[in-house]
Design a protein around this ligand. Structure first.
Ligand code: BV8
Length: 242
């Protein structure tokens, strides 16, 4: 019988905003994208936060309330089921929406942080803040210190621990499955290269071609849910990987 998910020792699932598109979460680039409507230099970077934290929080609150109304889609659910049923699945996401965790994933490496966490700049402490969804007074109690969204903005360094954990997993994996990323934001965009250097089978799921498409053995030009369902149900991948 030909190869399918169960024949790989270690699967890395690498996720971008396109994975959550079918849940109703806007992507960043392309039609209706977040960066089409908002200039990140005004709303989503450290300089903007230092300049006008309330304006940044107005943007954050808008996204939190929009995402709070979104549910995990079939692709999220299949990925969570894969992680439960397969001995070794590492989920590396650029998404900050938390939908993969809501779908039941046991562990998710969130390279770019989370809409649902805040940081205390003076101490570096990180707090879960899923409720209240709208954070009306985003300052810490008994202080005028602003809560800083625990999100990796442009110009922020990624959390090295998370990045190295992701890189180590990719170096070890034999299947690298990329879902819904435009492959333009570094250092995450360089991860497929590492998978290639370490000999993993590489599959890209994206309705559109990306600057990284040439790095993949197989490009599935379908939406995430349809592609994940087809892959999940396909007994023998020999032909699609030929
Ligand atoms: C860093 C925060 C070291 C979350 C984001 C100049 C100054 C400073 C830095 C740089 C610089 N020049 C370059 C850099 C590095 C910069 C970078 O890469 N810039 C690019 C744009 C050139 N990177 C950084 O700054 C990173 N930090 O490098 O630190 C450093 C420090 C100082 C100076 C130099 C270096 C930090 C990067 C994190 C940025 N944070 N947002 C928020 O506020 O919301 S950006 C944003 O892009 C999100 O984080 C997102 O995760 C990330 C990647 O986007 P995607 O997930 O791929 O989403 P996108 O919309 O782009 O694509 C969606 C795809 O889905 C499309 O291809 C579409 O076809 C597909 N799709 C659509 N529907 C479906 C689908 N696929 C499947 N199914 C569907 N149904």
């Amino acid at each position: 019988m030909g190869k399918n998910f169960s024949d790989f020792k270690h699967i890395v699932v690498f996720c971008g905003a396109g994975l959550s598109a079918e849940s109703g979460v806007p992507t960043y680039r392309g039609k209706g994208g977040v960066w089409e409507q908002y200039d990140y230099e005004e709303y989503a970077c450290q300089a903007a936060f230092d300049r006008n934290p309330q304006k940044v929080w107005d943007f954050q609150n808008k996204r939190r309330s929009a995402v709070a109304d979104c549910d995990p889609n079939l692709a999220h659910l299949i990925i969570a089921r894969m992680q439960k049923e397969h001995p070794k699945v590492t989920i590396v996401t650029q998404n900050i929406d938390g939908l993969q965790t809501l779908a039941g994933a046991q562990k998710v490496i969130e390279l770019h942080g989370s809409l649902w966490r805040v940081r205390r700049p003076s101490t570096g402490e990180v707090f879960d803040l899923r409720e209240p969804i709208i954070v009306d007074s985003p300052r810490f109690a008994n202080s005028d210190e602003w809560m800083r969204p625990d999100i990796v903005w442009f110009g922020d360094n990624l959390d090295n621990r998370r990045l190295y954990e992701a890189v180590d997993a990719i170096k070890d994996c034999d299947l690298f499955l990329s879902i819904g990323t435009s492959g333009v934001v570094y250092p995450a965009a360089a991860l497929p290269q590492i998978a290639m250097q370490h000999g993993a089978t590489r599959i890209e799921i994206n309705p559109e071609e990306t600057p990284m498409s040439a790095l993949y053995d197989l490009c599935i030009r379908s939406p995430a849910s349809q592609a994940m369902q087809e892959l999940w149900e396909l007994e023998d991948w020999t032909d699609i990987l030929a």
